[in-house]
Design a protein around this ligand. Structure first.
Ligand SMILES: [Zn+2]
Length: 391
């Protein structure tokens, strides 16, 4: 199949334009959403690449007075969002182009939310019905363009922002934070180094896997999760082995968007642990999920036997069972060069009690197959530090 056969326009869960070279449609995408002066939000690393100059050039040619804001950290903070809102207001902007990996996309979506609010950011944390406090009319429209394949934040309705004062990652949520238009262009991901490709790809897998395993009733999400995991199985090793494999890059971008679509069904223990670990140790989110994955699976084994059998059959694994799936995860992880324990990231067990407490309180914990308490999460964390896969 030629690559042009992959050029499509989708309207589920939002408008998604997928295909090689489609970043060139950025200006028309902005215009469709009524923008005249978009603010391009990205991280400092990308801001230095030709990609950003190209996008600003395309906007300028189309008569759009685009501005640039790039003060976004990996694991973006409330202060980053505040600075972005100030830049948006100072430049009199009327929309946001969100460009980058999960951190830049999350920051950009939060900035687009906050330009129209007079309450502080943390008032919109995803707790209870806090989202109803949002002044929807004030929100800025967003065109989202991912440059990594993992978080799927481009089709997500939330942003993860670090509350620096309290060293905790908070989920900021509103249904309208889902970007109105998404461009999935694999050429933007060709330059990603293999280890980032591997870690972000495993994040996509963790989204689909946790969504698939969560106990809530959502067959549509479950179907999307299954096919997303099939794409990861077939294309992540290819994308890691050869970063210039455009089809593998495209399929991983799609798998990533699908993973984030699927996790409307729920996440679970991997993310419940990865969020506090990211906040406490500033470690890479996808890498944390990749390392935690088998430990969390083993802890949930009693609730997952039948589900894993079905999943292993769909993925056409050698053995259609929980162990068949677990072994595939372990082999994949090793083949991608991902460490087997958290100790490899210089994380020790000294804060195990705190990690357990934070994981039990994390909103993702609600989707875990078994109800786990703080002590259970501490135990899983200690095992992941030690590399101990026994139940
Ligand atoms: Zn994730």
């Amino acid at each position: 199949m030629s690559l042009s056969a992959f050029t499509m326009n989708w309207n589920y869960p939002t408008s998604v334009r997928v295909g090689v070279g489609r970043v060139k449609e950025v200006a028309t995408a902005c215009q469709q959403l009524g923008m005249h002066k978009p603010l391009l939000v990205t991280d400092p690393g990308l801001a230095a690449l030709p990609m950003v100059a190209d996008i600003l050039g395309i906007c300028k040619e189309a008569g759009l007075a685009a501005g640039l804001f790039s003060q976004v950290k990996g694991n973006p903070t409330g202060a980053n969002v505040d600075a972005g809102v100030a830049a948006y207001r100072a430049g009199d902007h009327d929309g946001v182009i969100a460009l980058g990996g999960g951190s830049a996309l999350d920051a950009a979506k939060a900035i687009a939310l906050m330009v129209g609010q007079d309450r502080p950011l943390w008032d919109f944390e995803d707790v209870g019905d806090n989202y109803t406090r949002v002044n929807v009319e004030g929100m800025a429209p967003v065109v989202a363009i991912p440059t990594t394949a993992g978080t799927g934040s481009e089709v997500g309705r939330a942003s993860v922002i670090t509350d620096e004062a309290n060293h905790v990652k908070k989920i900021i949520f509103h249904p309208k934070m889902l970007p109105a238009l998404v461009l999935l262009d694999p050429e933007l991901t060709l330059g990603l180094p293999a280890h980032i490709t591997a870690a972000t790809g495993m994040d996509a897998l963790s989204h689909s896997l946790e969504a698939y395993c969560s106990p809530f009733y959502h067959p549509m999400a479950e179907g999307i999760a299954l096919e997303s995991m099939r794409l990861v199985k077939d294309y992540l090793p290819r994308a890691v082995a050869n970063g210039q494999d455009v089809e593998a890059r495209l399929q991983m971008l799609v798998a990533s968007s699908m993973g984030a679509t699927a996790f409307q069904k729920g996440l679970g223990g991997m993310h419940a642990l990865a969020h506090p670990l990211g906040a406490l140790y500033d470690a890479h989110h996808g890498l944390l999920n990749a390392i935690l994955m088998p430990y969390v699976l083993v802890a949930n084994r009693s609730a997952l036997e039948a589900r894993m059998e079905r999943l292993a059959r769909y993925l056409n694994l050698a053995e259609h069972s929980f162990d068949g799936f677990l072994n595939w995860v372990l082999e994949l992880r090793a083949s991608l060069g991902i460490p087997a324990s958290l100790a490899a990231l210089n994380i020790d067990a000294s804060q195990a009690d705190k990690v357990g407490q934070m994981a039990a309180e994390d909103p993702s914990a609600g989707g875990n197959p078994l109800p786990l308490n703080a002590a259970d999460y501490s135990r899983i964390f200690r095992k992941a530090v030690a590399g101990d896969l026994t139940a």
